[in-house]
Design a protein around this ligand. Structure first.
Ligand SMILES: [Zn+2]
Length: 242
């Protein structure tokens, strides 16, 4: 009612009809485009967003690549690996993809990014990374962030932040600066690299949570996770990318 009162003060000739269909929660208000003497309708039709309601960012090519990475993360989940997936894109083409492979290989360093980097180096010169971008569902860990710096990646797009091991701002900021004394330059002569986080971050988090509630059938002693619930609250918001 305060909004109605204010508008009537500003535009006394305006006829206002306010339609509210929801409980108060950050309502969106359509802009008033009618002339001052015409009737205007302010509609507050915000539907409270459920925790699982997908955020619908603008469909850009970055989202398309991240969806590919999410599909790979899903395949990792189905293989009982921590669901992290990535794709490397060069000249608008995916030249390699990777997913976590630590459980199958029994090697703790087989993270999605390193798996894909190995594939690229097997068939391309290292210089290709200067013109290559990475899309990965979870912020690279410190190890992978350093590897990406050493190969000279151009830019990294990630989904959710990695608050425990992140090397692109979550814990350390390995991607920034020229390195200590300027001697930590990458193989390709570059220093740090640019990062953009938050693309489909909620989807990436849900996959991680799904992993941690499912049974680990490959464990020597199957880990019972019965009783664990898939939490769908406190999901991060996605960012818009232009
Ligand atoms: Zn890693």
């Amino acid at each position: 009612m305060l909004l109605k009162h204010l508008i009537q003060i500003l535009s006394p000739k305006m006829t206002i009809r306010i339609t509210s269909t929801t409980t108060p929660a950050t309502p969106t208000t359509t802009p008033i485009t009618a002339a001052p003497t015409e009737a205007a309708t302010i509609t507050t039709t915000t539907t409270p967003r459920s925790p699982l309601a997908p955020v619908t960012p603008p469909p850009t090519i970055h989202h398309a690549y991240m969806r590919s990475a999410l599909q790979i993360a899903t395949s990792a989940l189905q293989s009982n690996e921590v669901p992290v997936g990535c794709v490397f894109v060069h000249n608008s083409r995916i030249i390699a993809s990777g997913r976590n492979d630590t459980n199958r290989s029994l090697c703790g360093t087989r993270h999605a990014e390193l798996v894909a980097i190995d594939k690229i180096l097997a068939t391309h010169p290292p210089s290709i990374f200067k013109e290559t971008d990475l899309y990965v569902t979870v912020e690279p860990c410190i190890m992978c962030a350093s590897a990406l710096r050493q190969v000279g990646i151009r830019k990294v797009y990630f989904g959710c932040s990695n608050d425990r091991f992140g090397g692109c701002g979550g814990v350390l900021r390995v991607h920034e600066g020229d390195g200590v004394g300027g001697e930590n330059k990458s193989r390709n002569g570059g220093g740090g690299y640019e990062v953009v986080g938050g693309i489909y971050s909620s989807s990436a988090v849900v996959k991680l949570r799904e992993f941690y509630v499912q049974e680990n059938g490959r464990a020597p002693i199957a880990t019972s996770k019965k009783g664990r619930e898939l939490k769908t609250d406190n999901l991060p918001l996605d960012v818009d990318i232009l």
